[in-house]
Design a protein around this ligand. Sequence first.
Ligand code: NDP
Ligand code: BG6
Length: 490
Amino acid sequence: MPNRPAQSDPFDLVVFGGTGDLAHRKLLPSLYHREPVGQLGEGARIIAVSRRPLSDDEYRDWARKAICEHVADIDQDALERFLARIQYVSVDVAQNTGWETLEQTLAGREGVVRAFYLSVSPDFFGPICSSLGEHNLVTEKSRVTIEKPIGKNGKSAHTVNETIGSVFKEHQIFRIDHYLGKETVQNLMALRFANVLFEPLWNAAHIDHVQITVAETLGVEGRAGYYDTAGALRDMVQNHLLQLLCLVAMEPPESMAPDSVRDEKLKVLKALHPMSAEMVERNTVRGQYRAGASAGGAVKGYLDELGHPDSHTETFVAAKVDIQSWRWANVPFYLRTGKRLAARVSEITIQFKDLPHSIFLPGAGRIAANKLVIRLQPDEGVKMQVMIKDPGSSSMRLREVPLDMTFAEAFNVRQPDAYERLIMDMIRGNQTLFMRRDEVEAAWKWIDPILEHWSHLKEAPKPYTSGTWGPSASIALIERDGRTWHDESY
Ligand code: NDP
Ligand code: BG6
């Protein structure tokens, strides 16, 4: 049986954008999941805020539908208890109206944790923070959570950070990268730092290269407006893929204390080899999906979905990245992410080096180098490819087999959504799985030259058919180094 989580202290969680897509699909279902396990203590309240005028009951009906749509096994008593915690307040951030009602709703609760979750357009981060300050709503126990994207480049990220920092102190600011809340991502830290096995091998002497793939079968869905101003590099690489890279590449932190972990991640970001124009040309590939078949049916191309034939926004990126450090000298990290690809899969592959010398006869068969595959989704788990003697063979024939640990099978527990973990960590005030300001800005410092160089390119991103693994140039990117993408198990 999994341990029951500790019950939270009383809190007010104020969700700006309470009627939005993220609240509907992720925040409300994740919060609900914490009810039946008893994590939401007495005095835990959720205050949803957005523009449209709704009564508490109308919003609760909306929340009930969202939860029923996204949660498989609902405990009706728990659902009623959960809904009773919710209130709704209408505030128009653009018109600067409705703040007094929010003040009244929060009045008298200055002593409890007050968490503001900004699940709204980033253009509103500044105005919301300023209004919270003006209306004296920021208390000693306040925190603020902001969703990505944090800026569109280094300069705008700096401005966002300055604006929020003028109202909240850094220890109160929780910058979400939901990949850090995924179970297997946290397991990556357990694997590396709770086992003596890997650390001696975790370096350039034994590792040939690392691959990080985050592939989606979905297109841009209802978010084309946002996506076309972002693209895959800003939407996925600047945050999720670089964070994964940091967790693979960082030195062992002193402890799991937030700043120990984040200091080590920052060192990795600072050690990324800056991309010159020539390197961008050689080591990055951007693509855009065309019509094809994906997720079981015929799908439109990106430009048709967008209704804008000239967009050069990339829906796919592949890149070869070097980390300038002793540990990773000459060990390339190949990153790849895209929409409308052949399968939904996120995984990290650590490819070890070939044996220095084989004692076996040529007839024993090919000795494949060891490979550690950390699967984030779906079917979270860890797989180690090892060589064994082929069972039953009378001669010494070798065979590659996986030591396979699929977590769902091994533990038979529901894998919590990343937001469940992250929201409760934020309420507790634990910043380990949140990005610090300097990390975000260091990631942009590496991304900015790529964006800059791409902005001067006349040619469109390379087209790829939906349902494939992206443009052929991304395959050439790794194959010209004599390596291949790890696709075999999909
Ligand atoms: P939506 O567009 O679905 O929701 C926006 C929310 O903002 C709505 O609740 C809307 O409510 C509210 N809003 C709009 N204008 C105002 C205003 N003037 N005053 C007060 N509230 C307003 O966005 P998402 O939920 O998709 O995204 C929210 C944030 O999360 C964004 O920063 C996004 O980039 C980020 N994000 C989203 C992801 C997703 O999967 N959806 C994934 C990762 C990040 P109303 O119209 O009633 O005012
Ligand atoms: C979000 C991106 O941050 O992550 C989306 O904005 C993407 O474009 C999503 O689809 C992927 O998250 P997950 O958890 O489904 O892999």
